[in-house]
Design a binder for this molecule. Structure first.
Ligand code: FE
Length: 134
């Protein structure tokens, strides 16, 4: 996979200030405020920054957390994970493999079949409802 690498100024020009803060500076949107928190529309969720398909709507579930939640990415290569010790917690950060966008975190309290909860920021994703769910 070829990496998408852009300067902070380039990202800032392409993204809204909220999208920039979340995807490029690892901010977190307020719970229950994101565009895709309750969305059940079939489709693929693309990276807001580079357009790479990251999650399928079929793996989205209602976690009650206030953020869009998925039990797995489209495949294991599309996301990277990184230890995150900020906010006085040990968490696992999830990033887009292609452009290093901050997407959210993954927690070990998800449903079957993976037991994982990919807790994502709506601002890091873009739903493509035309993309058929596989
Ligand atoms: Fe990306």
């Amino acid at each position: 996979m070829s990496k998408v690498i852009k300067s902070d100024d380039e990202w800032r020009a392409e993204l809204s200030s909220e999208e920039y803060e979340i995807t490029r500076r690892a901010a977190t949107e307020q719970a229950f405020t994101g565009e895709y928190c309750e969305t059940k529309t079939p489709g693929k969720y693309l990276c807001r920054c580079c357009g790479e398909p990251l999650f399928d709507s079929r793996t989205k579930y209602d976690s009650g957390s206030g953020w869009p939640s998925f039990y797995e990415p489209i495949n294991s290569d599309v996301v990277d994970t990184k230890e995150d010790r900020t906010m006085f917690m040990l968490r696992t950060e999830v990033l887009c493999s292609k452009c290093d966008a901050h997407l959210g975190h993954v927690f070990p309290d998800g449903p079957e079949p993976t037991g994982l909860r990919f807790c994502m920021n709506s601002a890091s994703l873009k739903l493509d409802p035309t993309e058929p769910s596989e």
